[in-house]
Ligand binder design. Structure first.
Ligand code: EPZ
Length: 433
C-alpha cells in the first residue's frame, strides 16, 4: 500500500484537464451489456474501479478490451446471469449490472453489495423498480435473485427517504429499455452522469423521453445495437481541483469543467468570496491568489442540481480555514463525515451535530499523519494537507486511486509538494497501520 507525503502551504498554479466521469463510465460499461454488438466507450478514466467493473463483466461472459489508454470496446455476446460476491463486494456500483442482465437474459443473480464507510448503501429502490416492472425479486444467501420472465413496462416511483437514486435510476432504466410497453419513472435522478447514460442508450436505439428531468418515459424496444460514446467530464474531479486552488490561495484552471454541472459549487464558492472565472465554455479558473475576503457559509447536500454530496468533504476542508462558523449538512448520506476526525488531527475545529458539521474556520491547519477512508474523505485530506503548514502523511491512498487518476502527479504539475511512497517509507512512529 502506498502513502502520500505532502508539504503544505504552497499555492497551486497552472492548468489541468479533467478526465472522464467515473460515475458515468461505470453505468455506461454496464449499459454495453444490453446489446450483442460492440459498444465503444471513449474518454474512460484510468481508475481501479473501472478495472474492477471490466473484470466482473468478463466474468459474466463479455469481451471487455482496452483498445487505447482511455478507450474500451465491449462486446456482450453470450452472458451468464451470475455476479459473485467476491467480485461485487469490491465495487458496489456493479449492482447496476442487474438491469442489463434482466433485460438481456430475463434473469439476474447478483450478490448484495454490502455497505461501505459512508453508510449501509441499500438497494431497496432498485429492487422496488424491478418488481414494479413485473420481476420476481428474492434475497437468498446474500444474493438477489431476479426472475424477469414477465418483464413489462409500468409506472414507477423511485424516490426514497433521501430523494432520488442515481444508480437506482439507471439500473431500472436499463431493464425498462427492453421491457415490452411503456415505462414511466417518476422521481428519477437527473445527475449529469444519469443523463450521459440516457444519451448512450438512445444512441444504441432506446426510446427515452424526459432526459435530464425527474420524469423519464421509456418505450420498450426489441433489441439495441452497438454505438460509440464519449464519457462526459468528471464534475467531482473538476470541483475537487477547483477547491484545491481555493484552499491553497492559488490560480488553477480546470479544462473540461462544465459550469452547468457545478452550478451549486460555484454558487457556494462565490458566496464564500472565492474569485471564480469562466474564461470559455467547459473551462473554470479559480483565482484565490487575488485579494479577496472569505466568509463562512451554510451548505446542504442534495440530489442534483443541489450541492453534490461527493464535494461535501472537500468543501469541509476549505471551510476549516475560512473565517467564521460554517455549517455543512449532509442530506444524501447522513453519516458521511469520515474526514472529520482526520481533519481534526490537523487541527480543524469541527463538531458533528446530527447530519451537520459545524466548522469554526482557523487561520491555518498543521500537517499530521492521517488515514484515508472513503474516496471523497481522502480527497479532503489531500486538500487540507496542501494548505496545512508542515508535513502530512496520508495512508491507504488506494482509496483515492479509485476515483482520481494519478492525483499526485497532477497536483505536482500544479506545483504541489506531494509524493507517492511505499508504506515502508513512512516513519514507524507516525504510522497507524
Ligand atoms: C452514486 O451512488 C455515486 N456513485 C456516488 O458517488 C454518489 O455519492 C451518489 O450517487 C449520490 O450522488 C456512483 O455513481 C458509482 P444514490 P448511488 O443511490 O447511486 C439512498 C463517489 O464518491 N438509497 O443516489 O449508489 C442512499 O443510501 C460515490 O463517487 C436508498 O435508500 O447513490 C443514499 O442515501 C460515493 N435506497 C441516497 O439514496 C436505494 O435503493 C442517494 O444514493 C438506493 C439509494
Amino acid at each position: 500500500m502506498d502513502v502520500f507525503r505532502v508539504t503544505g502551504s504552497r499555492p497551486l498554479r497552472g492548468s489541468i484537464q479533467t478526465c472522464g466521469a467515473k460515475n458515468a463510465a461505470l453505468p455506461l460499461f454496464a449499459a454495453a451489456l444490453l446489446t450483442d454488438e460492440t459498444v465503444t466507450i471513449e474518454n474512460v478514466p484510468e481508475l481501479s474501479d473501472i478495472r474492477f467493473m471490466a473484470d466482473i463483466m468478463r466474468h459474466l461472459g463479455a469481451t471487455v478490451e482496452r483498445t487505447e489508454p482511455t478507450t474500451w470496446a465491449i462486446t456482450a455476446g453470450r452472458l451468464t446471469p451470475h455476479a459473485p460476491y467476491d467480485l461485487v463486494r469490491k465495487m458496489r456500483a456493479s449492482v447496476c449490472l442487474m438491469g442489463p442482465l434482466i433485460a438481456r437474459l430475463r434473469s439476474a443473480v447478483v450478490s448484495l453489495p454490502g455497505g461501505c464507510v459512508i453508510g449501509p448503501r441499500p438497494i431497496d429502490l432498485h429492487l422496488k423498480g424491478f418488481a414494479g416492472l413485473g420481476c420476481g425479486v428474492s434475497i437468498e444467501g446474500g444474493y438477489v435473485h431476479i426472475d424477469g420472465r414477465h418483464l413489462r413496462g409500468a409506472d414507477l416511483f423511485l424516490g426514497g427517504r433521501h430523494g432520488s437514486t442515481a444508480l437506482g435510476t439507471v439500473n431500472v432504466l436499463m431493464a425498462a429499455v427492453l421491457a415490452p410497453g411503456t415505462t414511466r419513472i417518476e422521481s428519477a435522478a437527473c445527475e449529469p452522469e444519469v443523463v450521459d447514460v440516457c444519451r448512450m442508450l438512445v444512441a444504441m436505439g432506446a426510446k427515452i423521453e424526459g432526459i435530464g428531468s425527474h420524469a423519464l418515459v421509456v418505450e420498450g424496444v426489441e433489441r439495441l445495437h452497438g454505438a460509440t460514446h464519449r464519457v462526459i467530464p468528471d464534475r467531482i474531479e473538476a470541483g475537487t481541483y477547483l477547491l484545491a486552488g481555493a484552499i491553497t490561495g492559488g490560480d488553477v484552471t480546470v479544462e473540461g469543467a462544465r459550469a452547468s454541472d457545478l452550478a451549486a459549487l460555484l454558487d457556494k464558492l462565490r458566496e464564500c468570496g472565492v474569485p471564480i472565472e469562466a474564461p470559455r465554455p467547459d473551462c473554470l479558473r479559480v483565482r484565490a491568489d487575488l485579494p479577496h475576503t472569505r466568509r463562512a457559509i451554510d451548505v446542504i447536500t442534495m440530489p442534483h442540481p443541489g450541492f453534490a454530496t461527493d464535494l461535501q468533504a472537500q468543501m469541509c476542508a476549505l471551510m476549516s480555514v475560512t473565517p467564521g462558523l460554517s455549517i455543512l449538512t449532509e442530506k444524501v448520506f447522513p453519516n458521511r463525515f469520515m474526514h472529520v476526525p482526520e481533519l481534526q488531527r490537523m487541527g480543524a475545529d469541527i463538531a458533528i451535530e446530527g447530519p451537520s458539521a459545524i466548522v469554526k474556520g482557523l487561520p491555518r491547519l498543521s500537517g499530521a499523519p492521517v488515514m484515508a477512508s472513503d474516496l471523497r474523505a481522502s480527497a479532503a485530506l489531500v486538500l487540507a494537507a496542501l494548505a496545512a503548514h508542515g508535513e502530512s502523511w496520508i495512508q491507504r491512498v488506494y482509496h483515492i486511486d479509485r476515483g482520481y487518476e494519478r492525483i499526485d502527479l497532477r497536483l505536482q504539475k500544479l506545483g504541489a509538494s506531494i509524493e507517492r511512497l511505499p508504506a515502508e517509507a513512512m516513519p514507524r512512529h507516525l504510522s497507524a497501520e
